[in-house]
Design a protein around this ligand. Structure first.
Ligand SMILES: Nc1ncnc2c1ncn2[C@@H]1O[C@H](COP(=O)(O)OP(=O)(O)O)[C@@H](O)[C@H]1O
Ligand SMILES: N[C@@H](CCC(=O)OP(=O)(O)O)C(=O)O
Length: 360
């Protein structure tokens, strides 16, 4: 059967893989592996981003004294990730599909070199028919070094690997246009560019999730703006993955319609690098207007009003409009001292070149 996508990223949330008591739901895992195997055999390249390390470690160790939340996460994930990947290895082996583990951290997306190393690793895995199974390295990612959750990680992976779609599997059928528990609300089937969803999203999270629907929505929007279809669907529904690819119209889910303007791979990286920004470049009203227009323009010293923070050449900075609102991110062409000296001057080189500028 002809499928819409040939390379996809699939994110499986903690709640899909976790039973009510917080332990790993191996039956669900097995059902998902069967579906991924079916798609893999039909020629779809798949990158799996799987949560579940903490959940699978929880039932293995019983600490003698009370641990704080960081210690708990480190202990459970260290034990649980080994168990999780072992389960996946065994389940995929029944289908004769080799899998490989990729553990990453937020910092590994901060420099372009690390970013490209990770990309190369997963590319060579796919070329050799190995399914990459990605998770955050929870043992060393603590507090501000952590991803908000695996939705954020899956967005980075989809963008980095140029997938055509990102499928986020949660314990809910999609984004509801009201409280999911209200019988009058229903799943929004398609979401186009620029639609404001803030009124619909409740801040409640499912019991074992970290980020909630709000991070899913924000990530989905950003990834769709880069030209990737994003689908939020219920991973607990039988055959959901195969149905989403083979019967897209009949399968309940929320789809974010991708932008049809191509975005370069450098811009994709910059778009997701906001967390590493070292400083701010504030621009005047005229520069704000041209940047918000359809024109491809760089940030020149003449349009800069002031600079905040210290940065080196090639660092990521936030771009702030004349009212102090962030409008984008970019990679700087010079350090903060040089940028400072050039402010307001004509005929100087761009501080952020268009090729390294991502306007939100
Ligand atoms: N408008 C909404 N539509 C759907 N789900 C919502 C909405 N608002 C809040 N939610 C909550 O978001 C939860 C899913 O997010 P999350 O807990 O992060 O799951 P996961 O672990 O799969 O990433 C749902 O179980 C639901 O309770
Ligand atoms: N990395 C963590 C999962 C992080 C997390 O909870 O993410 P999510 O499934 O998006 O709520 C783990 O494997 O336990």
């Amino acid at each position: 059967m002809k499928q819409e996508f040939t390379r996809i990223a699939v994110k499986v949330g903690s709640n899909v893989l976790t039973r009510r008591d917080g332990t790993l739901d191996v039956t669900r895992m097995s059902a998902l592996v069967d579906q991924i195997a079916e798609l893999h055999k039909s020629g779809v390249e798949i990158i799996l981003i799987s949560s579940g390390a903490v959940a699978s470690g929880r039932s293995e160790v019983h600490p003698q004294k009370k641990l704080d939340s960081v210690d708990q996460r480190q202990l459970f994930s260290a034990v649980g990730q080994a168990k999780l990947i072992n389960r996946y290895y065994e389940l995929f082996r029944e289908h004769n599909i080799p899998v490989g583990q990729v553990l990453t951290t937020k910092e590994s997306f901060g420099t372009r070199r690390h970013y490209l190393n990770q990309k190369n690793c997963m590319t060579v895995m796919l070329e050799n028919n190995v399914i990459p199974i990605v998770n955050e390295n929870d043992t060393i990612s603590v507090s501000e070094l952590m991803f908000t959750d695996n939705d954020e990680l899956s967005g980075l992976i989809a963008s980095m690997m140029d997938t055509q779609a990102l499928i986020i599997l949660s314990n809910i059928d999609g984004i509801y246009n009201g409280s999911p528990s209200d019988p009058n609300s229903s799943v929004i089937r398609k979401i186009g560019h620029g639609k404001d969803l803030s009124n619909y999203i409740q801040t409640t999270k499912s019991s074992f999730g970290r980020g909630g629907m709000l991070t899913k929505t924000n990530i989905a929007r950003k990834v769709a703006d880069e030209g990737i279809t994003v689908i939020i669907a219920n991973g607990k529904r039988d055959n959901i993955l195969v149905d989403l690819l083979q019967h897209p119209e009949e399968t309940l889910c929320t789809r974010f319609i991708p932008s049809d303007e191509p975005v370069s791979s450098v811009k994709k990286w910059i778009a997701h690098s906001e967390g590493f920004a070292k400083g701010e470049i504030h621009i005047n009203a005229c520069a704000t207007e041209v940047l918000n227009s359809e024109k491809a323009v760089s940030i020149l010293p003449i349009g800069i009003t002031h600079i905040e923070g210290e940065f080196e050449k090639d660092d990521i900075v936030r771009i702030m409009d004349f009212q102090g609102n962030q409008i984008g991110v970019g990679k700087v062409n010079c350090d903060s001292k040089q940028a400072q000296e050039a402010i307001g001057k004509h005929g100087k080189k761009p501080v952020v070149h268009y090729d390294y500028l991502y306007i939100e």
